[in-house]
Design a protein around this ligand. Structure first.
Ligand SMILES: [Zn+2]
Length: 401
């Protein structure tokens, strides 16, 4: 077992990262022994991971971070860095390693004030003497200011700093940043590879694994969630029943409201789990624990936290809606496949009857039009259009006839 085992269907990327991690390890070992660094090295200080949603770009970056921080004694015996078990690997994978800083967007943008401390840290030496790693999970959400802050840091990195940027595609990242990065592309893993991983790693029954992998079309996290979480299966089943219900305007508006409410409920649950605890922790850290009163000048810090929580709620709601829209898209793609009589594997075999009915009821052109209406809704949500408005426009366009 190594950290690369969890990267499903990404053999090429794993091989590149593995080679870089070995050379990085050789660099650290040489420096510790006061020897000159090895001349040829596959290690570099900035990496860009791109690939479709669900292919595992964040996981790939995190596995690499773990391999760079690996302190397994086996390395001295010819073992490969990235054992997955030593303290370095373990804490890097968990996200608690002192020298691995993760930046994830909580709203639609990563703000410059959220990058400031991270950029500052990137110029310091790692606490454990290996690598100072900055992992930006949603580099496409860097806005102009925060991207410029990152650019400065990537242009003149400290000798042991490694930037790992993740984004859907290279076009999502400032050209000046991406030209300084080594670029790795992840591909959508095959349905078989995802099913195999669910059986092997999560101990899921082969039949359940195969159906979850097919339904999510190579999206590893969603496949795992679907295979292990009954609530996720219920949610998906409800979404797949929607198309048949959309026969008149009232039904379309009701369906839109239900989709938006379900997503808002997801966001509310997450907020309930996290917000209060975070606020209490911050207040305690600010010294309110003693007197019950906050020291002067701390209102701004609390306001910042509340702003972040608000942006996170909005983002969770949007992400949750996006899952539902993905399920709907897959559903209409299946309808289209039936209408065209192509022999591609049907993703939603469990909704067979509904698929057949809609396939008979319309022409491929109208199915295509519906798939486009779902994309338009996703784009509107990306542009911060009010969710209910965007989803209503979509359900009206999905109406049969
Ligand atoms: Zn390790």
């Amino acid at each position: 077992m190594t950290v690369w085992d969890d990267l499903v269907g990404q053999e090429k990327v794993s091989a590149v990262l593995d080679a870089a991690a070995r050379d990085a390890d050789a660099l650290v070992t040489a420096a510790a022994a006061d020897e000159p660094p090895p001349t040829a090295s596959k290690m570099t200080h900035a990496w860009l991971f791109t690939g479709p949603p669900g292919a595992g770009r964040n996981q790939a970056a995190r596995a690499f971070a773990a391999a760079l921080q690996c302190v397994s004694p086996d390395r001295a015996l010819g073992g490969v860095p990235g054992c997955g078990f030593c303290d370095g690997c373990h804490t890097a994978l968990l996200g608690t390693h002192a020298d691995v800083t993760t930046v994830a967007a909580v709203g639609s943008e990563i703000l410059v004030k959220d990058m400031r401390d991270t950029v500052r840290k990137s110029f310091t030496s790692p606490a454990n003497g290996r690598w100072q790693i900055i992992l930006v999970e949603d580099a496409e959400r860097l806005n102009e200011k925060s991207a410029n802050a990152v650019l400065k840091a990537v242009e003149e990195p400290a000798s042991r700093t490694v930037w790992l940027l993740c984004a859907p595609s290279v076009e999502d990242v400032l050209p000046t940043i991406r030209s300084r990065c080594r670029h790795l592309t992840l591909r959508t893993p095959s349905v078989e590879a995802v099913a195999d991983m669910l059986v092997r790693r999560d101990g899921i029954e082969p039949e359940v694994a195969a159906s979850a992998a097919r339904a999510t079309q190579g999206h590893v996290d969603r496949a795992r969630r679907l295979a292990t979480d009954p609530a996720a299966r219920e949610r998906r089943a409800a979404v797949l029943k929607l198309p048949l219900r959309l026969d008149e305007v009232g039904a379309c508006l009701r369906a839109a409201q239900e989709l938006v409410d379900a997503a808002a409920e997801d966001a509310r649950q997450l907020a309930e789990e996290m917000d209060g605890k975070e606020t209490e922790e911050l207040k305690a850290a600010l010294g309110a624990a003693q007197g019950g009163r906050l020291p002067r000048g701390t209102a701004g810090v609390i306001k910042d936290l509340e702003d972040m929580q608000k942006r996170r709620r909005t983002r969770t709601q949007r992400d949750s809606l996006d899952v539902a829209l993905g399920d709907l898209t897959a559903f209409y793609r299946d309808v289209l496949a039936l209408q065209l009589g192509t022999r591609v594997a049907i993703a939603n075999a469990d909704a067979g009857e509904a698929l057949e009915r809609l396939a008979r009821a319309g022409a491929p052109e109208s199915t295509l039009r519906r798939i486009e209406a779902i994309s338009a809704c996703r784009e509107a949500l990306d542009r911060n259009v009010a969710p209910l408005l965007a989803v209503e426009a979509m359900t009206m366009a999905l109406r049969a006839g």
